[in-house]
Design a protein around this ligand. Structure first.
Ligand code: ADP
Ligand code: F6P
Length: 325
């Protein structure tokens, strides 16, 4: 057993529903094992400036159901520099923190991997709605965001079918299509345009036209916000120009996808992963992210979690194509 007396916990990068459940779980599990906890505010920024508070169990009471993060989050370019990380290390030592739990997406875990230059035990939790970290089936926040997308698309469907329109709905995901593809399947959308697959404009138009010709009175296409898709506005412009027969509208769901009370699944995932993070540190693990594969918790080295592209399941692509006839 490694001797860890005090851990720091921080949330970094884009917020995700379930981050509070993760903070609660990390804090309570550490205290359960007799380890002191310091809450670090505003991610790596707070680690540099020393915005740090002693956390007791009551600091994490009544937060499991809340979206966002009580520790706040921030982007901190300074942490990408050797000098910035040196300052963060000094602050850690001054506060007596001897291990870290970092909750965030691939950027935040890249930062954690760089910080390993100081030989500090660090464990990461995958906190991002994008579900784009390799080595884990799910990330904290993804399920809630997916449900937010589905409930928004259900509403858009009402107006789409009343007006017999074609809607392009842009969803988040950075360079990953999980939210768009599974959001499309779960909401009965006609198609998804995702970064992992080249966008065939004419094929999309044919699918939509066939649908209208047969039985459909509306069409909804989910588009991943990404450089490779160009986003919903660009896709809509291209389709509209060549297929003026469609009455096209665009909706960009934006940050509503990041907010809201976490789903039961995200609360449970965050709670399990928080317990596992502290147990991993006690076992002497370091530089690993906690992942979940086939409902079993696993350790994924940071280098794998952030470097490898998580593949899209082709069965899902096929299912959407088949079901949208
Ligand atoms: P996310 O964790 O949601 O992917 P970002 O990509 O914005 O969010 O990253 C969050 C923060 O992580 C950055 O502002 C920076 O402080 C830190 N970070 C990201 N990449 C690196 C890196 N290569 N080296 C050091 N720190 C990094
Ligand atoms: O990582 C989550 C995410 O929501 C991405 O899907 C999106 O590209 C990005 O964050 C937007 O972040 P922000 O608006 O906070 O800069």
């Amino acid at each position: 057993m490694a001797t860890i007396k005090c851990i720091g916990v921080l949330t970094s990068g884009g917020d995700a529903p379930g981050m509070n459940a993760a903070i609660r779980s990390v804090t309570r599990t550490a205290i359960y094992h007799g380890i002191r906890v310091k809450g670090i505010y505003r991610g790596y920024k707070g680690l540099i400036t020393g915005e740090i508070e002693d956390f007791e169990t009551q600091h994490v009471s009544n937060i499991i159901q809340r979206g966002g993060t009580i520790l706040k989050t921030a982007r901190c370019p300074e942490f990408c520099t050797v000098e910035g990380r040196a300052l963060a290390h000094e602050t850690m030592r001054a506060h007596g923190i001897d291990a870290l739990v970092v909750i965030g997406g691939d950027g935040s875990l890249s930062g954690a991997r760089e910080f390993a230059e100081y030989d500090i035990p660090i464990v990461g939790l995958p906190g991002t709605i994008d579900n784009d970290l390799y080595g884990t089936d799910l990330t904290i926040g993804y399920d809630t965001a997916l449900n937010t997308i589905v409930s928004a698309v259900d509403k858009i469907r009402d107006t789409a079918s009343s007006h017999e329109r074609l809607f392009f709905v842009e969803v988040m995901g950075r360079e990953a299509g999980f939210l768009a593809l599974n959001g499309a399947i779960a909401s009965g959308a006609e198609a998804a345009i995702i970064p992992e697959y080249a966008f065939e404009k004419d094929q999309l138009a044919e699918t939509i036209e066939n649908g209208f010709r047969k039985t459909k009175n509306s069409s909804i296409v989910l588009v991943s916000e990404s450089e490779s898709t160009g986003g919903a506005m660009k896709v809509a412009e291209r389709v509209e120009k060549e297929y003026p027969q469609f009455d096209v509208r665009v909706v960009i769901l934006g940050h509503i996808q990041r907010g809201g009370s976490p789903s039961a699944q995200d609360r449970i995932l965050a709670s399990r992963m928080g317990v596992a993070a502290i147990e991993a540190l006690l076992e002497g693990q370091r530089n690993v992210m906690i992942g979940i594969v086939n409902d079993t918790l696993v350790y994924v080295p940071f280098s794998k979690a952030i470097k490898k592209n998580k593949p899209i399941d082709e069965d899902l692509v096929d299912a959407l194509r088949i079901l949208s006839i």
